[in-house]
Ligand binder design. Structure first.
Ligand SMILES: [Fe+2]
Length: 250
């Protein structure tokens, strides 16, 4: 299984695909790039919209896609803020049949103790594992690097890296350092449309082969399917592990 862990394919949900046709173009591009499974992670901002309203919109958008050649798994990219904690359960925001919750954190302001407390509460209140979306993009991580990565890992967080951060020369050195250091659990395209942030797995693979002399998609680094194996549902939730390959929608 070749997994894209972070996508904005679902039409009319956020600043990603604006129509069914745009969603279909992204899906075709991912298939051509060897991706077999994509996690659908539309933005959810708890301070702007109620959880039931978001879930209803997401279901409508998902249904509009119809049959698809790519395995699609429902999830979200949830903004971490205090409003989230008013709900007794947020399990429907987690990636389907897993205990993984993809979380977006504040970009520019420094991360204080409140943020780390909220990350702890995701585990203690909801029994979910935070996956930090595009961890390399936050100012706090760029400044403190390994120190803050270790802090996140010590809290039980998993880390997701955007493939564009390897492609873009300005962010490449930190992204490669994180990959080499074994910090990255998942990679994702964070694709929005074929014009704005298209998926570029082919280029990502070529750069990795040149820079790290390895094929990230073939298990040489702790990425994608290896991470699913390493952190099974059973370990996370105490429930029966579920095979992503056989259980996802086709
Ligand atoms: Fe995103």
């Amino acid at each position: 299984m070749m997994l894209d862990f972070h996508t904005h394919i679902l039409p009319q949900m956020d600043d990603g695909a604006g129509s069914r046709d745009e969603a279909a173009a992204l899906i075709q591009a991912l298939i051509h790039q060897g991706i077999t499974t994509a996690v659908l992670t539309p933005h959810y901002y708890p301070f702007k919209e109620s959880l039931p309203a978001f879930l209803e919109r997401r279901m409508w958008s998902y249904s509009s896609l119809g049959n698809c050649e790519l395995n699609l798994i429902l999830g979200s990219e949830t903004y971490l803020c205090e409003s989230l904690f008013c709900y007794d359960s947020i399990s429907e925001l987690a990636i389907e049949r897993t205990g993984f919750l993809l979380l977006e954190l504040p970009y520019t302001e420094p991360w204080g103790s409140d943020l780390f407390k909220q990350l702890r509460r995701i585990r203690s209140k909801y029994n979910l594992t935070p996956v930090i979306a595009h961890v390399e993009r936050y100012g706090h991580v760029r400044q403190k690097r390994e120190r803050v990565l270790q802090e996140l890992v010590d809290l039980g967080c998993l880390l997701q890296l955007n493939i564009d951060s390897v492609i873009d020369r300005k962010s490449r050195s930190l992204a490669l350092r994180m990959l080499k250091g074994g910090w990255v659990d998942f990679v994702g395209s964070d694709c929005h449309s074929m014009k704005e942030r298209p998926p570029r797995f082919d280029l990502f693979r070529r750069i990795l082969a040149r820079k790290l002399h390895t094929d990230a998609m073939n298990g040489s680094l702790p990425l994608t399917e290896n991470a699913w194996d390493a952190f099974s549902c059973e370990q996370l939730t105490g429930k029966e592990p579920v095979s992503i390959e056989t259980e996802v929608r086709v």
